[in-house]
Design a protein around this ligand. Structure first.
Ligand SMILES: Cc1ncc(C[n+]2csc(CCOP(=O)(O)OP(=O)(O)O)c2C)c(N)n1
Ligand SMILES: [Mg+2]
Length: 578
């Protein structure tokens, strides 16, 4: 193959655009193949070769979109996704919606026909501007570049785009033939292109820090000030972050922090919050609720906020919709400061103490080993204890044991990603406080794109100089969520495989529906056919087809060794009772 064409406004524009994005700190680019987008794709390949970007190629745009989402979540920086025209763009919609609801900056660069080829039923041409509706913060429909204006216009556009990147953006780019030319040589980066390291790798070359991290929630000029009073609880949902934990401590308030809130730690944490919200002398004594982030995992929290006599203050997150169950929130504030109580009253101390102690006692009771027989000197007791231990190890894995093992085995240099459905709720119910990075796509709580999101988080966190270069990313999800995103198991030739464990609790279908009222009222056969939606997929063969390691965990004793990290991508199947 010889390189022929020496000039194309499309290529000049694409190179100038990427050049400016790189100058502005963009490091991660995901692309799917196509003809109309070739100038962007070939330019991206050159920038990767020059060590200026990390490029990921995925044939399925839905996968590419969620991969970009995961990369952006982990790096907290804008990520580009390049696609061709037509249905290719529409396949990004699920990831764009999730990014909209959770304020993650993915930047869609879609290629389109120029004006003269639109509206005349040209091949692979639809109406792309406006395709994502309200789900993008801003969009641009850019006319096909001409020779003269290409580089300048591209640089201006890139600056405008990055300045708006506090959520998903759509840049629709028309290109006219010739769709590409040879890309001029790109000067190599001072620091070479970083790829995920192996734990044994030598000293890492830090990748230049992005200059434009995605905007933190806007701090208002005056944070809203509150005073501690008994009867206050702090709720932390997804995206809350460590500020929620701080505020709870400053207030001396119980911290009801969901497991993916970024605030599931600290002395004020109440793990068993769901039970206590509904318990007499706890939830019914609540007068004020402070909410950080987006709570989605319980029915109890929204019910509490809608109770008479409860005043709720929501600390705004992102720039999208704000949490307001039953329209019962009394106040929205941009940020919060606490005027601490110099000498907390005994009522204030006992308010916090009761929540924390009762929650701990409930969990300890559940976890309590048979201490009496374990320390007994009676031979019969000791034998009984040993039998109990053995039986425990041989017992089939329960959801709780699985949730606990995934939590226990995960450390600050690892990442834990939780799919939508039962298992995230299981972790939420029992996980003790621990400062680890947990992510779940709770913007829309879809069961789509979960593997791609986790792969993005794994690739970004394990990149050289990344925060978790030697760690592993564990994804805990249900079987339907896995099958929904099976296409994300495809790593094309030459694509980097991170250390990623996909741990699937396989109960043969969607068992979350078993706990809904409909399970009792619907005809069982209909229920199974249209809600449970059972399957008999061989996950082992699926793993083999995509070149993944595979392990099956039959009993509790094998759980920890199965979750011990190994290189590459591993599917861990854990059969669960329905
Ligand atoms: C894209 C999308 N489609 C449908 C749903 C509705 N939904 C929620 S949970 C669920 C079943 C999940 O089954 P599985 O992943 O096996 O988890 P399990 O409940 O069995 O633990 C479905 C279909 C959704 N959340 N997202
Ligand atoms: Mg299932």
């Amino acid at each position: 193959m010889t390189r022929q064409r020496s000039s194309s406004p499309a290529t000049a524009f694409a190179v100038a655009l990427l050049d400016e994005f790189v100058k502005l700190g963009v490091r991660d680019v995901v692309l799917s193949p196509g003809s109309r987008s070739q100038a962007l794709a070939l330019a991206a390949a050159e920038y990767e070769r020059a060590g200026l970007i990390r490029l990921r190629v995925r044939i399925d745009e839905r996968v590419a979109g969620f991969l970009a989402l995961g990369l952006a979540v982990e790096t907290r920086s804008p990520v580009l996704v390049i696609t061709t025209s037509g249905t290719a763009v529409a396949n990004l919609h699920p990831a764009v919606l999730e990014a909209h609801h959770s304020s993650v900056p993915i930047i869609v660069l879609s290629a389109d026909r120029p004006d003269e080829l639109r509206g005349i039923a040209s091949n692979q041409t639809t109406h792309q501007p406006g395709m994502f509706g309200i789900a993008v913060r801003r969009e641009w429909d850019v006319a096909a570049p001409t020779d003269d204006d290409a580089p300048d216009a591209a640089a201006l556009l890139a600056r405008d785009v990055i300045a708006s990147a506090n959520g998903p953006l759509h840049v629709n780019l028309a290109f006219r033939e010739p769709l590409s030319a040879a890309v001029p040589p790109i000067a190599a980066a001072a620091t070479p292109s970083p790829e995920p390291t192996t734990p044994s790798a030598g000293p890492s070359t830090p990748f230049p820090e992005p200059t434009t991290p995605f905007p933190e929630p806007v701090e208002g000029p005056e944070p809203f000030t509150i005073h501690p009073t008994p009867g206050t609880v702090v709720v932390a949902g997804t995206g809350a972050g460590p500020r929620a934990e701080e505020v709870a401590r400053e207030l001396g308030a119980p911290l009801l922090a969901e497991v993916a809130s970024g605030a599931h730690f600290g002395p004020n944490l109440v793990v068993d919050y769901r039970t206590l919200i509904s318990a007499a002398n706890f939830g019914d004594r609540v007068e004020r609720v402070i909410v950080f982030g987006h709570p989605t995992l319980s029915r109890e929290v929204p019910a509490l906020i809608q109770r008479d006599g409860v005043a709720t203050i929501v600390v705004r997150s992102g720039s999208g919709e704000q949490y307001n169950p039953g329209h019962a929130v009394s106040q929205f504030v941009d940020s919060m400061s606490v005027t601490p109580d110099p000498e907390p009253s005994s009522a204030a101390r006992s308010w916090l103490g009761r929540w924390v102690m009762t929650s701990r006692a409930a969990l300890e009771q559940h976890d309590a080993p048979a201490i009496d027989i374990a320390i007994s000197s009676e031979l019969a007791d000791q034998a009984a204890f040993n039998r109990a231990v053995l039986a425990g190890l041989r017992a089939p894995v329960t959801r709780r044991a699985l949730a606990e093992a995934a939590w226990r085995m995960t450390w600050p240099h690892d990442r834990l990603v939780l799919g939508a459905s039962r298992l995230i709720r299981e972790v939420d119910r029992y996980a003790p406080g621990k400062k680890i990075t947990v992510h779940a796509n709770r913007g829309l709580a879809g069961i789509d794109g979960t593997i791609a999101t986790a792969a993005g988080i794994a690739l970004a966190s394990q990149a050289e100089g990344g925060p978790a270069a030697g760690g592993v990313t564990r994804l805990l999800l249900g079987d339907l969520a896995l099958l929904h995103d099976a296409g994300s198991m495809l790593f094309g030739r030459g694509e980097v495989r991170p250390r990623l464990q996909v741990i699937v609790g396989n109960d043969g279908g969607g068992t979350i529906f078993d706990s809904l009222e409909v399970a009792a009222s619907a005809l069982p056969e209909s229920f199974d056919r249209v809600l449970y939606t059972g399957h008999d997929v061989s996950l082992e063969q699926l793993a083999a087809a995509y070149g993944w390691n595979y392990t099956r965990v039959e009993n509790r004793g094998d759980l920890d060794s199965a979750l011990t990290p190994i290189e590459g991508t591993t599917l861990i199947e854990v059969p669960l009772a329905r």
